[in-house]
Design a protein around this ligand. Sequence first.
Ligand code: IMP
Length: 205
Amino acid sequence: MDLLFATNNIHKIWEVQEILGDAFRVFSLKDINLCADIPETSDTLAGNAVQKARFIHQKTGMDCFADDTGLEVDALDGRPGVYSARYAGEGCSFDDNVAKLLKELSGVENRNARFRCVVCLLLAGEEHLFEGRIEGTILRERKGAQGFGYDPIFVPAGYHQTFAEMPAYLKNGISHRGKAMFRMMKYLKGNEGTDSGLSLVSKPV
Ligand code: IMP
């Protein structure tokens, strides 16, 4: 099955292709020669995922899916959350965001956090939402060079390595995005509901 992923983030494309495996071919916007600045102006992850998918569907007429992810830090009342991409300001880099988070958490004992990812699949005129989350802790310094975003400072619960120290298959097997994509894959294969703990919502466009 061919799927269009409404993202400009090449790291996400790599991850999702590996998660979905050979039964699916994931196309990026670049693959279809679409250069678009995708809006994400909602104050919820689900709102942004829907907004991104609708925007690309309107531009292309194609079925597609989009994700939105937030890092929720307990000591910061859930921030940066839905604003994770531009935490350090418009146009900031992954590294700027990590630096700002480390600064805000300096001297803070409670390092608990989670990644939450919502995927919106826009298929045959219907929207389907899938969610995945992973609990973990925020380190005091960066470790590792794999992955992207906040990966160098996030250690998933039950592990000693950051996401950035893990091989891709390990991160993808336990991550927020991996879980959300797994649910989408189950749905596309006609087996939705066979795994547990994550929500699936369907509603008309
Ligand atoms: P987005 O809006 O879904 O692209 O995600 C918001 C921000 O969260 C991104 O700019 C990244 O900094 C961060 N992010 C998203 N997914 C991940 C991940 O899997 N690992 C680390 N950081 C991530």
